[in-house]
Every structure is written in structure tokens, then in C-alpha cells.
Design a protein around this ligand. Structure first.
Ligand SMILES: [Zn+2]
Length: 54
């Protein structure tokens, strides 16, 4: 079922969330899976690693 594979790939790449860096306050777009799984995200501004809490 290549259509389903394509759809899942599309949705996984399109699922993003905006996270604010706790160090410099810069908002950046991060993969939604990282936000949901509490994985560390890299701030593009100050290069700090942080975990989004909400
Ligand atoms: Zn930052």
C-alpha cells in the first residue's frame, strides 16, 4: 500500500510545532514528534538544547 506509506510520510514531515527557546526566547519550528515525546530540540538561535514543556 504505497499510498498509505506516502500519506504517513507526508503527515510526519508536515507535523511541526512551534517551540520557544527558554534561553534566548527565539521561537522555532520543531517536529511535532519531538515535542510529543519530550525529546531535546536544538535552538537555531543560540544552539541550546531544550525540551518543550506545555
Ligand atoms: Zn535559544
Amino acid at each position: 500500500m504505497s499510498v498509505i506509506n506516502y500519506a504517513m510520510k507526508f503527515f510526519s514531515s508536515a507535523s511541526t510545532a512551534t517551540a520557544a527557546c527558554p534561553v534566548c526566547g527565539l521561537k522555532s519550528v520543531q517536529p511535532l514528534s519531538k515535542v510529543r515525546l519530550n525529546q531535546t530540540m536544538l535552538c537555531p538561535g543560540c544552539k541550546a538544547l531544550f525540551i518543550s514543556r506545555r
